[in-house]
Ligand binder design. Structure first.
Ligand code: NAP
Ligand code: GCO
Length: 269
């Protein structure tokens, strides 16, 4: 019997909600899933951003469904999930992608700033997962993919809130896998390395003297692949974790990092 057929990656008939997916990593993951047959649903904070996202999907030949919703607002999330069920269908695949980062030295960070990062990057995946799991149980199963980070494993200066959130998201992923695996729900994470998106644009700014940003140079030296990741590098891993090909994979954080986590780094000079 063939154990690796295209069918096992087929997402036809599945409704996928990717949060915060007007652009960036979420958009790339949604596009990959759409190309494997999924119906794409996404949200953003404002209608103009949703409209921009819808136009971007249309330009890729994808008829997506967009909703205005702040993922931190539990009532709004519950209303959106109910509206999606009504207008599109029950959610088979959830990608908790929406996220923010604040790069501030910890002792200079306000508690309110710390809380805001935790709210979007950790509380919101809890809120959205809690909203979709009952429907997945009703349907006999589902897929949840949490977008974690290298900061789920490592720290660095100025990203204390983000690392705390993404570390927590790693454990929330494992806990959802543990608690709801019995209902044929697989919950896994993707840990992207350093990806060229608006979120990391400040780390790649060309310096006044025309040189690359020091952090840019650091990442290139620290990445065996010798490059920043592209959002499209995450599409295949996301399709795998959204498809029946990963039905016995649960609680995994799949690092898609060009080898950063495996590499001690290039000798200077
Ligand atoms: P991005 O370019 O900053 O996009 C983040 C998206 O999330 C935007 O569409 C943003 O919408 C949305 N969002 C933020 N807060 C929201 C809220 N409260 N409700 C709804 N949507 C909200 O980020 P990205 O680089 O694509 O990253 C996407 C995910 O991957 C994040 O979770 C990030 O932490 C993670 N990640 C990124 C990297 C990387 O190197 N880029 C690496 C590892 C993990 P607005 O446009 O309205 O703000
Ligand atoms: C940073 C970067 C990283 C990436 C990503 C790495 O300031 O260190 O923003 O945190 O966003 O999370 O996996």
């Amino acid at each position: 019997m063939s154990v690796c057929t295209p069918k096992s990656f087929d997402l036809t008939g599945k409704v996928a909600l990717i949060t915060g997916a007007s652009y960036g990593i979420g958009f790339a993951i949604a596009t990959a899933m759409a190309n494997c047959g999924a119906t794409i649903v996404f949200n953003d904070l404002r209608q103009d951003l949703v409209d921009k996202g819808l136009a971007a999907y249309e330009a890729e030949g994808i008829k997506a469904h967009g909703y205005v919703c702040n993922v931190c607002d539990e009532d709004a999330v519950n209303a959106m999930v109910a509206q999606i069920k009504e207008e599109v269908g029950p959610i088979n695949i959830l990608v908790n992608n929406a996220g923010i980062i604040k790069r501030i030295p910890m002792i200079e960070m306000k508690a309110s700033e710390f809380r805001q990062v935790i709210d979007v990057d950790l509380n919101a995946p809890f809120i959205v997962s809690k909203a979709v799991i009952p429907g997945m149980i009703e349907m006999g199963g589902g897929k949840i993919i949490n977008i974690c980070s290298m900061m789920s494993e490592f720290g660095r200066e100025t990203v204390s809130a983000y690392a705390a959130a993404k570390g927590g998201l790693k454990m929330l992923t494992k806990n959802i896998a543990s608690e709801y695996g019995q209902y044929n729900i697989q919950c896994n994470g993707i840990g992207p390395g350093y990806i060229a998106t608006p979120q990391t644009a400040p780390l790649r700014e060309i310096q006044p003297d025309g040189s690359r940003h020091p952090f840019d140079q650091f990442i290139l030296a620290k990445t065996p692949a010798g490059r920043w990741g592209e959002a499209s590098d995450l599409g295949g891993p996301a399709v795998f974790l959204a498809s029946e090909a990963s039905d016995f994979v649960n609680g995994l954080i799949l690092y898609v990092d060009g080898g950063i986590a495996a590499y001690i780094g290039k000798q200077p000079g």
